[in-house]
Design a protein. Structure first.
Length: 215
């Protein structure tokens, strides 16, 4: 099993609950399945560029015009997207680790999604809709937030964005371990909520390990 792990948190693991969730998840997974192949992308060590018009033209103009020939500048603008798409297409499972900021994903995660989820790289458009060009069917989402969020909370733009973007490219099995209520100024039960999320992350790892054996 090949896993692509994309992390969007500038803090150290000691300071970051979402990174601690990832440590619990991967610790349990590696314990149960030491043959897992893991590729890590730290978006604060290798920041994705913002989407540009050159990148747009390189990715989308060929969709509408098969004879379109990209310029050198347009090809160069796709370097980061090509690299991330190669990692994406080599994976069986995608793991995203991040905090919730301002009710959504961190900006670097959105920028990475804009780059990696490009036509001609991880999907193609057909008369029947988007067709995946990858093998990922499962996405593990490891999130921490200061506030408490109920299921389908209207303030939660993070999971809506993830489900919409990755569902478009054929990834609909999204499993979540969420450590909410991590602001001690607002919630007195931060540690309880964190420990429950740790347990959830380890349970997700156990599920994935069992599936990799049975599969």
């Amino acid at each position: 099993m090949n896993i692509l792990h994309v992390c969007a948190n500038p803090k150290s693991t000691e300071e970051s609950v979402s990174k601690q969730l990832a440590a619990r998840f991967f610790g349990k997974l590696m314990e149960l399945n030491p043959d897992v192949e893991l590729s890590n992308v730290d978006l604060y060590q290798e920041k994705p560029p913002y989407y540009t018009n050159d990148l747009y033209r390189r990715m989308w103009n060929p969709v509408f015009d098969e004879a379109y020939e990209p310029s050198k500048a347009e090809d160069a603008a796709a370097n980061y997207a090509n690299k991330q798409a190669d990692l994406f297409k080599a994976a069986d499972v995608l793991v995203l680790t991040m905090p919730m900021w301002n009710f959504s994903t961190p900006g670097v995660m959105k920028a990475w999604m804009d780059q990696a989820l490009s036509p001609g790289l991880v999907f193609e458009l057909t008369e029947d809709g988007p067709k995946p060009l990858h093998n990922i069917t499962t996405l593990i989402l490891l999130v921490a937030s200061g506030g408490v969020y109920k299921e389908d909370d209207e303030r939660d733009g993070l999971t809506r964005q993830i489900r919409g973007a990755f569902g478009f490219v054929g990834i609909n099995d999204i499993r979540i371990a969420w450590a909410d209520g991590q602001n001690p100024l607002i919630n007195s039960d931060c540690e309880v909520r964190r420990d429950m999320a740790f347990e959830a992350a380890e349970e997700l790892a156990e599920e994935l390990a069992e599936e990799s054996v049975s599969g």
